[in-house]
Every structure is written in structure tokens, then in C-alpha cells.
Design a protein around this ligand. Structure first.
Ligand SMILES: Cc1cc2nc3c(=O)[nH]c(=O)nc-3n(C[C@H](O)[C@H](O)[C@H](O)COP(=O)(O)OP(=O)(O)OC[C@H]3O[C@@H](n4cnc5c(N)ncnc54)[C@H](O)[C@@H]3O)c2cc1C
Length: 413
């Protein structure tokens, strides 16, 4: 009987779906059950703040797995079902509807949820953005003659601002810090993004806090610390996300800024793994520093690694962190971890694009960040990512001048 339990994955997002597929690609033949509290098949989130809001035509749900693939791969997807408790000693997962499912191994890919604004009134005009339902509801309201307020100058807020402005709405971004993108993005890149938004007609207000919000079903008034009141038709709140740890906490699994896992993605309880936005893990490239990443590539990479380790590979996570964001006609990309106080070397590309190389005290390349129109910075960021993985100490003049990064890579090999 125990031979039929197989692996249960809780959280049918990017990471869970990728792990399920990868288990089959690795030749795992026993049952795989993918449980998600959303009613849809697993779908991509990056388009929710971009294509889904931007497109004239009603977009299709950007699915990661189709019914056909699920059936071909014999992956059982239980949608609209919330996992409520784990009986770790009995190796059972209990669903909210009372069903108990036995497992051999369990993978938690429960993701993250938007941080809520404390004491905001309940209103159909105040939005958070994590799910396709939220994106479609927001999309249905955006009109050229309306005013969209965006609270938070982070990636999601800025992407929504760019999409709403591109659809003709008047947009105001409110950021309490002295600049946008304060977390993990160097100042010159934030300045370029601010200028990009301003050129496109977005009002960016930094250094003002929100003192109060009044809303009904037609309008939202945002009261600011400098005495101004911004009257908007819609307010989108993008003030960060928090890992979904409820299930793990209830089961007694160690939590440390997310579900705490080791470099093999194992939690503190045997046979339970965690991966993606919900977990924090030690990263060997950064001296074992514990990180939690909210990034699409990380969700994919960790899903693949979890699948390997669930079937005994015992490999450590080593991928270089990578993130991108599309706003108007520009793309921003970051490989590695951008820390304040490091040496930064700038390389200018054509059309105003540039890359910043971030070096540690030994002049080792630890991160590269860049911004430019379209795909201008993509190649250099990709090569930088490989240099970071190889722990290269590049000659500084090779970074500033137009030396092809490929030649540095060849030397490193
Ligand atoms: C609007 C938006 C735009 C983004 N754009 C970018 C981008 O441009 N670039 C980039 O690198 N990254 C981007 N990201 C981040 C990227 O999408 C996430 O890092 C990725 O989706 C994380 O995948 P995940 O599977 O770990 O978590 P999720 O995608 O959040 O999936 C977790 C799933 O688990 C479910 N769940 C949670 N608890 C339970 C439970 N107890 N029972 C059942 N189900 C449960 C959740 O409902 C959810 O469906 C964006 C994210 C958002 C929201």
C-alpha cells in the first residue's frame, strides 16, 4: 500500500508545476499529486502586471501546465483545494474539506501573498496583485480617462503604473522612501526608471507617507503626509509580499523569513521539502547567507532541484539569483545580489543602456544590474551571470571598456 503514496506537492504555481514535470522527466514513476487552492491550472504570474493589463484583447490565462500535459504525465491536479494541516508522523496531508492524503514525501511550494495595507477600508476600488482574478478585475476597470493611484514604487507597482499609463490612464506612484526601487536595485538604475516613467507621463512622488485612505465603491482618496490628498478611481497597493508559511508553521516546521530549508531544500522535518517564493535558503555563493527570493527563475530552478532531491540526488542550490522587470519599452535585469557599499563599475552601451558590475572586497564579481530599451542588456547580464557563478575576479578596465565578457569567461574556463 505504501508504494502507492508517492509525492504530494502543495501549491500549484510556477514552482510546484515545474517540480511535478521535472519528477517525471527524471523518471519518477509513482503517483504525483499537485494541490492548489486556486481553481485554475497552474499559470504564470509575470504577465499579470504586464500583458494581462496591457493587451487590447482579453488575454488567455497564461497556463504553465495544460490538462493534456497533466494527463500525459499522470500528474493528478486537485484545484480549489486548500491544504490545512500536515500530520508529519503519520505522513498525511489534511485538506480543508477533511480529506486526508498519504504521502511518502511532501514538497511545499506555497508561494507568497501581497502584504496588506493595515487599516485600509474595504473597497472594490483597492487592489492587490497576485492572482489572475485580481489582474482581470483590475484590467476591467482601467480606462483612458481615469486616475490610477499606485502605492509602492517596487517592481509590481511600477509595472502596473507602466501598463495603466500605456492604456491611457493618468497614474500617480506614491513611495514613502526617498527613491523608488530601494530594495536591491542600485540608484542609477532607479533614476533611469524614474525618468522613464516621468517621460511617459507618470507622476512619481517619493518621500511621502500615506496617513489615511478613504474609499467607497467609486473612488479612493489617499491622504499624504505632506497634506496632499490624491483622489483616484482605483488604488493598486504594491508594498511587498510575505511568504505563505501558515501550513508549515502549524506543522512545527522551522520558519526564518519563510520556510527555512537547507541548501538541498529540506525543511526541519524529514521528508518535507520547500521551494520557491515561500522558502529561505543558505546560498553558498554569498557565504551561506540566508536568502528568500521572489523571482520567476528561482521558482523554476528550485522546482527542478526539489524534484531531483525528492528522488535522492542530494544536490545543493547554487544558481545565481536572476530577476527581470519590463516597464514601457525598457527592461531591467539583475543577476546576483546587489549590496550597498560595494565597488561598482559602469559600462555604457548604446541607446542609453548601461550595466553596473558589483564587486566584493576581493574585487570578485558578485552582481550585475542593467537597464535599457528592449533586450539591450540581456547578453551582458547573461554572461555576467556565468562569470558570477565561476567566482571570477575580472580586471576592472575590462568591465568599463567594451571588452567582450565572453573573453573573460573563456579565460576563467
Ligand atoms: C504580478 C506579478 C508579476 C511578476 N513579475 C515578475 C517578473 O517580471 N520577473 C520575475 O522574475 N518574477 C516576477 N514575479 C514573481 C514570480 O511570478 C514568482 O516568483 C513566482 O510565481 C513564484 O512561484 P511559486 O510557485 O513559488 O509561488 P506562487 O506562484 O505564488 O504559487 C504558490 C501557489 O500555492 C498556493 N497555495 C498556498 N498555500 C496553499 C495551501 N495551503 N493549499 C493549497 N494551495 C496553496 C497559492 O495560492 C499559489 O497558487 C511576478 C509576480 C507577480 C505576482
Amino acid at each position: 500500500m505504501s508504494r502507492d503514496k508517492g509525492i504530494i506537492i502543495v501549491g500549484a504555481g510556477e514552482c510546484g508545476a515545474r517540480a511535478a514535470l521535472s519528477l517525471r522527466e527524471n523518471g519518477y514513476q509513482r503517483p504525483i499529486t499537485l494541490i492548489g487552492d486556486e481553481v485554475y491550472l497552474p499559470y504564470e504570474r509575470p504577465p499579470l502586471s504586464k500583458k494581462v493589463l496591457l493587451d487590447e484583447a482579453l488575454p488567455e490565462i497564461p497556463a504553465v501546465l495544460s490538462d493534456l500535459v497533466l494527463s500525459e504525465q499522470a500528474i493528478r491536479h486537485i484545484g480549489g483545494a486548500s491544504a490545512d494541516a500536515i500530520d508529519a508522523s503519520g505522513k498525511q496531508l489534511i485538506l480543508l474539506d477533511g480529506r486526508a492524503l498519504a504521502y511518502d514525501k511532501l514538497l511545499l511550494t506555497t508561494g507568497a501573498m501581497p502584504r496588506r495595507l493595515p487599516s485600509a477600508p474595504v473597497s472594490g476600488r483597492i487592489f492587490y496583485l497576485r492572482t489572475i482574478d485580481e489582474a482581470l478585475a483590475l484590467r476591467s476597470l482601467i480606462r483612458p480617462d481615469m486616475h490610477v493611484g499606485v502605492l509602492g514604487g517596487g517592481f509590481i507597482g511600477l509595472e502596473v503604473a507602466a501598463s495603466a499609463r500605456s492604456r491611457g490612464a493618468k497614474v500617480t506612484v506614491i513611495e514613502s522612501q526617498e527613491r523608488i526601487l530601494k530594495r536591491g536595485v542600485p540608484e542609477p538604475i532607479a533614476e533611469t526608471i524614474t525618468a522613464l516613467h516621468q517621460r511617459n507621463g507618470v507622476v512619481v512622488r517619493c518621500g511621502v507617507a500615506v496617513c489615511g485612505i478613504e474609499a467607497d465603491e467609486r473612488r479612493v482618496d489617499i491622504l499624504l503626509s505632506d497634506g496632499d490628498v490624491i483622489s483616484a478611481d482605483v488604488l493598486v497597493v504594491g508594498i511587498g509580499a510575505q511568504p505563505r508559511t501558515e501550513l508549515a508553521t502549524k506543522a512545527g516546521i522551522a520558519i526564518d523569513n519563510g520556510i527555512a530549508v537547507n541548501e538541498r531544500l529540506e525543511t526541519s522535518i524529514a521528508d518535507i521539502f520547500a521551494a520557491g517564493d515561500c522558502c529561505s535558503f543558505p546560498h553558498s555563493l554569498y557565504g551561506g547567507r540566508r536568502l528568500r527570493l521572489e523571482a520567476w527563475r528561482n521558482a523554476q530552478d528550485q522546482g527542478i532541484l526539489a524534484a531531483a532531491n525528492l528522488t535522492g540526488a542530494a544536490r545543493g542550490y547554487q544558481a545565481v539569483p536572476y530577476f527581470w522587470s519590463d516597464q514601457f519599452d525598457h527592461t531591467l535585469q539583475i543577476a546576483g545580489l546587489v549590496d550597498e557599499g560595494r565597488t561598482v563599475v559602469r559600462r555604457d552601451l548604446d541607446d542609453g543602456a548601461f550595466i553596473l558590475f558589483h564587486l566584493d572586497a576581493e574585487q570578485r564579481l558578485i552582481a550585475a544590474s542593467g537597464v535599457g530599451r528592449g533586450n539591450k542588456v540581456a547578453r551582458d547580464i547573461k554572461l555576467s551571470e556565468m562569470l558570477i557563478a565561476k567566482r571570477v575576479v575580472p580586471p576592472i578596465e575590462a568591465l568599463t571598456a567594451g571588452v567582450n565578457l565572453k573573453s573573460l569567461l573563456a579565460k576563467a574556463a
